[in-house]
Design a protein around this ligand. Structure first.
Ligand SMILES: C[S@@+](CC[C@H](N)C(=O)[O-])C[C@H]1O[C@@H](n2cnc3c(N)ncnc32)[C@H](O)[C@@H]1O
Length: 296
């Protein structure tokens, strides 16, 4: 047995002989944190190595799309964002990121958002698209089951003048009123992506539109919901062109682990079809370039 192996076994033995299970839990959480940090370093190193070349995609400002994984000086850091009072779940870095990535919309495909809740993400995606000349005469497609869940939604209303619609009631009206004039540029439908807590009787989302250029996903972290949107949209993804922004991808780093945080399990399951190009620091967002087969 090698020395390393002996030290490992001795360490493991002494941990398991500890009488306090809470100490063992803390230790195992610490190991998990270390694993998450190592994975972050490896992803960042790989991105800096530029081993997989990105296709040439340019923004309306002539900026080239580059890989950026948890960098402190990311291309979106200096962006100034408009003020917005819609309640929601975005960090400042995420607001900047939405303003940045929408400048790469070139108009060859559709732009779709899944899970806008009250519309904070929709505001940043939609208002920055209005400054993009490729968006003229186009629409942002937005889908949500708009089914209120008091258990985790009510707390976000504290300090606002919005009244909770009540468990399982529709909140589509609140979404539309929050967005005001921007609704002229949005096509919104109340649809379920898969069954989830109160939405069972709604029609399931079905996509009959054109190819997808930009897909913004913020409709949950379970494998079921991610597999569901993949099934609905992936036949309309275009290799080396479609960008998929997963708002909560980084939630897989949560310690202690929880069984429904499946974002990384989901993207790993797609293998080389999903190429990680952005991981936003101080945020949950990760963006993938579709590298799968052409479905045309
Ligand atoms: C975390 S919230 C989105 C937050 C929002 N993007 C923001 O900027 O504040 C998730 C949204 O996904 C919706 N959602 C969750 N599961 C869904 C499903 N299976 N089908 C349709 N919508 C769903 C919820 O109703 C909710 O509006």
């Amino acid at each position: 047995m090698s020395i390393g192996n002996r030290v490992y076994r001795k360490g493991l033995k002494s941990i398991l002989s500890l009488s306090s299970t809470s100490w063992i839990d803390r230790f195992s959480d610490e190991l998990l944190r270390i694993r998450v940090s190592i994975q972050e370093i490896l992803r960042q190193r790989e991105a800096r190595g530029q081993f997989i070349v990105l296709p040439e995609i340019f923004s309306t400002k002539g900026e080239k799309l580059v890989r950026s994984i948890l960098e402190s000086n990311a291309p979106w850091d200096g962006i100034e964002v408009p003020r917005c009072d819609i309640p929601g779940m975005l960090t400042d870095s995420e607001k900047k990121y939405y303003c940045y990535i929408t400048a790469f919309y070139s108009g060859w495909g559709e732009i779709v958002e899944l899970g806008p809740w009250l519309g904070l993400s929709t505001f940043f995606v939609g208002s920055s698209l209005l400054t993009n000349s490729n968006f003229i005469d186009r629409k942002l497609y937005v889908f949500d089951d708009f089914t209120w869940r008091t258990s985790w939604m009510d707390k976000w209303l504290v300090g606002t003048d919005i009244v909770s619609p009540g468990n399982h009631a529709s909140f589509q009206q609140i979404f539309e009123s929050q967005l005001g004039d921007l609704m002229k540029n949005i096509i919104v439908e109340r649809r379920k992506i898969c069954d989830y807590d109160g939405n069972e009787d709604l029609p399931t989302l079905d996509w009959h539109g054109g190819p997808i250029e930009l897909l913004v996903v913020d409709c949950g972290r379970s494998l079921a919901v991610n597999d569901a949107w993949w099934t609905i949209f992936s036949s309309r993804f275009v290799p080396d062109k479609t960008l998929i922004i997963m708002q909560d991808w980084q939630n897989h780093k949560r310690v202690p682990e929880v069984y429904w945080e499946n974002t990384k399990i989901f993207t790993d399951s797609k293998g080389q079809q999903l190429d990680l190009i952005h991981e936003v620091k101080n945020a949950g967002i990760a963006t993938f370039l579709y590298r799968g087969a052409s479905n045309a």
